[in-house]
Ligand binder design. Structure first.
Ligand code: GUN
Ligand code: ZN
Length: 468
């Protein structure tokens, strides 16, 4: 027998993905479902995707077919806003945003002065994302340049497509976390030169928020974006009422919070603004017109009591703003994009809007990819797209199985996964066609214990799919 090409990966199972925005076109036309589908990946890219019966002739005879019976293969999730440097303080209770920053976030980020701590956290963070089916993310690092190197190196070892940047912060934070306008420019530029477009890495110019940047620093952030228009911009906006009042006091000349960024060239294509809970109608119009996107972070907004984002308002087809979903670790307490989608549903309900599963899946995949400007590469399943995939198990727990045995449509199954699911429902994650997380792989607790466990997936077979 010939050795199968290591660059070939074939997955068979149910397929569910969005080919377009269901907020803007008929959701039935936007959502694609194949009950028995196949994804053929070669050299990290999707070569063919569709119904198994239609494509079985294109599966090479020596291919291993990973058979995910009764599972749903979706595009890898896109986490459009997350702080890896806050991984160690998730679930810190008792405060709203500004006090939470001072008491929990800043102390956690001070620890990243130690490069070894940054490296260990980056490894755990990337693994945790993969355990949750997240294959792309837009990530805040700390103010320390080496925290960016540590994250991109960890992502490169796993082949993940991440965008990230050094936090720029030159006032109103502990001394150990402050840069200056000039040093933040110099360090960000050096990092951008080192990482932007290297492998799957992308650089994001990352002023933390208007409250911790001087006008000089925001101007230099805008200058960096102008120098590399294909880089991203990543910041926070209008998350919390006390924060908005703070920004109003610091920038009395601006027409509003968004305008602070707009005046500095930071609102445009490639800009992802986290939260936007309290953006006004005219600010949403401006985001639409300029092509800036919002990362909706419902778990975080609930945890910090920040407010209820109106996704239906942001996505108003008359002036739609691109919206992705973010875990906002560590204000958000979960790495699970299923959990984030479930909370987006509840936040919608509190605003009188019922977010359906197709729209939620859009926000968690293609919407996030569009927000980040990477939807030509990830976010959906199509030939030529990078082969980032998550395999969801609708029967991951006894309760999920009991409930999903009663689901009458793939939309219902997906919704139940979002309402009840978490990392346990992610059976496998593929990054650029490579298996990067296998939930059922034997755990390496010790060599003896590991050896005693059954092989992870008896349905992975060499040669023709035995279930065909
Ligand atoms: N606004 C400014 N910094 C932060 C942060 O670290 N987390 C959140 N949720 N909001 C912010
Ligand atoms: Zn944040």
């Amino acid at each position: 027998m010939t050795t199968p090409s290591p660059s070939l990966t074939v997955l068979r199972g149910g397929l569910v993905y969005l080919r377009d925005d269901p907020f803007l076109i008929d959701p039935a036309a936007a959502l694609v479902h194949e009950s028995d589908g196949v994804v053929i990946c070669r050299d990290g890219v999707i070569e063919a995707v569709g119904a198994y019966d239609a494509l079985r002739g294109r599966i090479p005879a020596d291919a291993e077919v990973a058979r995910y019976a009764d599972s749903l293969i979706v595009p890898g999730f896109v986490d459009a806003h997350v702080h890896y440097v806050q991984t160690g303080m998730i679930g810190s209770a008792g405060h709203q945003l500004l006090d939470w920053l001072n008491d929990y976030a800043f102390p956690a980020e001070l620890a990243f002065a130690d490069r070894a701590h940054a490296e260990a956290t980056a490894d755990l963070f990337c693994d945790e994302m993969l355990r949750n089916g997240v294959t792309s993310a837009l990530v805040f690092c700390s103010v320390h340049a080496h925290s960016v190197d540590a994250l991109f190196e960890a992502a490169a070892r796993r082949g993940m497509r991440l965008a990230a940047g050094k936090t720029m912060m030159d006032r109103l934070a502990p001394a150990g976390l402050l840069d200056t306008a000039q040093s933040s420019y110099d360090q960000s530029k050096a990092l951008m030169d080192r990482w932007h477009g290297r492998g799957r890495a992308l650089y994001a110019v990352t002023p933390r928020f208007a409250g911790t940047s001087t006008p000089e620093q925001l101007a230099l952030a805008g200058a960096l974006k102008a120098e590399r228009p294909d880089a991203l911009v990543h910041t926070h906006v209008s998350e919390n009422l006390a924060e908005i009042a703070m920004v109003r006091d610091l920038f009395p000349e601006a027409a509003g919070y968004l305008d602070v960024y707009d005046r500095h060239g930071l609102v445009g294509p490639g800009a992802v603004l986290a939260h936007g809970v309290h953006l006004t109608e005219s600010e949403l119009c401006r985001c639409c017109e300029a092509g800036a996107a919002i990362a909706h972070c419902p778990t975080s907004n609930l945890f910090l009591g920040s407010g209820l984002f109106r996704v239906d308002r942001a996505k108003d087809p008359h002036r739609p703003v691109e919206v992705g979903l973010g875990t906002d670790i560590g204000a958000g307490p979960s790495f699970s994009m299923l959990a984030v989608a479930g909370e987006a549903y509840k936040v919608g309900q509190l605003g009188g809007y019922a977010l359906d599963a197709a729209k939620a899946l859009y926000l968690a995949t293609l919407g996030g990819a569009r927000a980040m400007g990477i939807s030509d590469r990830v976010g959906t399943l199509a030939p030529g797209m990078e082969a980032d995939l998550a395999v969801l198990d609708p029967a991951a727990t006894p309760l999920l199985k009991f409930r999903n045995d009663r689901s009458r449509s793939v939309e219902e199954t997906l919704f139940v996964l979002m309402a009840l699911g978490d990392d346990r429902a992610v059976r496998a994650t593929y990054v650029a066609g490579r298996l990067a997380h296998d939930r059922d792989a034997p755990r390496r607790l010790s060599p003896a214990l590991g050896a005693a466990r059954a092989p992870s997936d008896p349905t992975v077979a060499r040669g023709r799919d035995p279930n065909a």
